[in-house]
Design a protein around this ligand. Sequence first.
Ligand code: NAP
Ligand code: MG
Length: 500
Amino acid sequence: MSTTTPIIGDWRRHAERLTLDGRAFIDGGYADALSGATLEARTPLTGERIADLAACDEADVDVAVAAARRAFEHGAWSRAAPAERKRVLLRLAELVRDHRDELAATITLDAGRPITAARGEVDGAADTFQFYAEAIDKVLDEVAPTQPTALALVTREPIGVVAAVVPWNFPIGMATWKLAPALAAGNSVIVKPAEQASLVLTRLAALMHEAGVPAGVQQVLPGRGEDAGQALGRHHDVDAVAFTGSTEVGKLFLIYAGQSNMKSVSLECGGKSPNIVLADAGDLDRVARFAALGAFVNQGEMCSSGSRLVVEEAIRDELVERVVAHSAAWQVGDPFDPATTSGALIDETQMDRVLDYVAVGRTAGARLVAGGERVAPESGGYYVAPTVFDDVDNGMRIAQEEIFGPVLSVIPARDADDAVRIANDTMYGLAAAVWTRDVTTAHRVSRAVRAGTVWVNTYNQANLAVPFGGYKQSGFGRDKSLHALEKYTQLKTTWLNLEV
Ligand code: NAP
Ligand code: MG
């Protein structure tokens, strides 16, 4: 494992040497789609084709689900001692670390994430496998306090065949938040990567295999959402779907479940998270730095992006000035440069969408105070400058719709109550933050905001031990923490009569 950071040219050479295999991984080996159809994987750094992906559809899903079910019934994984699954997943964590640079370069090339961030994402994936590996042989079941003549056991059993349908913004991270707890709990898991960022997951499949996850227990099926994704959602022998992606597609999985076998569904969907800054926030330069971080990290392609900066009038001008200064400090450009903090948007469609929203904001009367345009178009890459709109009304489309790009809307508020009202005036409820020096205000506001995570005097702080997920139309069910195991297990009650 390399511990030094290679310079940009080294990373480029590294990327050129990658073997990118976009085939599906089904029942212990790589396979083309049964139809022979492929999709093109393109890099957002230049728009060029870098590999072909198997375009899996219903027929491939049928084969994978059958293999997953066979493996589950066989029991080599599902009924293995938790300590045995722990050993395999710990090996996997080490393998992921050993392959960190290769996996990170794949993410950067395929999805445009800055290499430094991509390496961090791969480390996070390894840590996630390790977290659930270490946890799974320490989670105890329950004995209920029944009458003395009975014994009631409450045990957690794996659900069976789990489909994980994931987005492109954290190509390995979002998948491992699901794979790790689902595998640790003993399920068979089928991953459907996003079309724009499948290659790190088709590669991960081989590492899972090498670590000792049995054939059929983990499978990765690239393909179109409407084909492979829908077929998993509608399959009668898939027991659970764990989805991360847009609210629109999340709702489809509820329909698929209702029209098929009532499979359990958990949804991690979009957000339009409010970052509330009250007049007593204190060090406004620190607040501004975090406001920019909240909005621009990962090019704004972040479900928990703090895309609405709700600011008490008294400090608005000073804060906006400082946010604009901090937004200029983001280095946008070549993601293989280790100093780059803002890489390429995922594809041309997404870039055009973001630039359209800039036009929508201007037309609605919001005041553009930073960014708003494409950067380095001559490279062919899809770069957009960190963008700040001031004078945004919360009713405007740029304040209500998830842009999924580096666009921050500053929305003025009269006082704390007005800020809470504005914060909650959204269909989403993924995350929020409040900045105040007053401990009572901090508690009052964090209780009043309807969101799955509320940060006080910080933004985007994270730890594997805490759950992550949304209120309202940001979804339900939680990734991370021991609570994630709830999605991948079901409770069984077993009564024993002790009367003779
Ligand atoms: P998306 O378009 O909803 O796609 C997510 C996944 O669903 C992809 O694998 C996609 O496949 C598949 N899919 C698309 N249409 C489908 C259909 N009709 N039936 C079944 N599956 C279908 O989301 P995205 O654009 O990849 O990612 C961005 C979204 O993810 C944002 O809304 C963001 O907020 C959300 N997100 C949420 C969290 C969270 O934790 N709450 C974290 C990260 C991202 P294709 O690739 O083939 O379209
Ligand atoms: Mg791509």
